[in-house]
Ligand binder design. Structure first.
Ligand code: SF4
Ligand code: SF4
Length: 189
């Protein structure tokens, strides 16, 4: 099996000073190509992370999220808006309807589908209706799920590995955080 790291002492490595500058990759085509090339490596990394102490991994992910996310401009990317299935609430539809100068019923009819499980509402197109030229046209009114993605600040990262890595080839934030994690954890070294 590829990619098993040497024994890892997370608490020590995490505190080592990192003097090299971070190389952030934001070109979507490059990231998509790397995702294909690194599929087996990423599966091995997922297995490796599952064997690690969850709180230590959360600390590292949150540190890297705070470091990397400010260096990536989501307003010029919008790539998650081409693949995410966004849940919306009744309150969010009201806010959007007011913003668009439409009725709530109109907005629901045009943009929302109501599922059979407990009446959950989702946006009815992927890519999202509101993505134009890589940009969200309702950015200030975008939904909570849009604001939350990719959610690397949330605890229990190791419980969300499958879903997070599913977006590795699409989201520059996830890609750069995962690649830096491999370096910090001496994975594959
Ligand atoms: S509402 Fe905006 S941020 Fe949310 S998926 Fe649509 S385009 Fe993207
Ligand atoms: S969350 Fe990721 S995919 Fe979505 S706009 Fe930001 S960098 Fe791009």
């Amino acid at each position: 099996m590829r990619g098993h790291a040497a024994p890892v002492f997370l608490s020590v490595f995490r505190r080592l000073p990192y003097l090299r500058s971070l190389q952030i990759t934001t070109t979507l085509a490059d990231i998509a190509a790397k995702a294909e090339a690194k599929d087996a490596e990423n599966q091995a990394f997922r297995t490796f992370l599952q064997s690690q102490e969850s709180d230590s991994i959360d600390e590292l992910v949150q540190e890297l999220d705070a470091l990397i996310t400010p260096q990536i401009d989501c307003t010029t990317c919008g790539n998650c808006c081409r693949s995410l299935m966004i849940n919306v609430t009744a309150d969010e539809i009201n806010v959007l309807a007011a913003h668009l100068g439409r009725t709530e019923a109109d907005v629901k009819k045009e943009y929302v589908e109501t599922g059979s499980h407990g009446g959950i509402m989702i946006m009815n197109t992927i890519p999202c209706h509101f993505l134009k030229n890589d940009c969200c046209t309702i950015y200030e009114q975008r939904f909570a799920e849009c604001r939350e993605f990719p959610g690397l600040h949330n605890p229990q990262f190791t419980k969300r590995l499958f879903a997070t890595l599913a977006h590795y080839g699409r989201c520059p934030i996830i890609y750069n955080v995962i690649e830096e994690m491999k370096v910090r954890l001496r994975f594959n070294s």
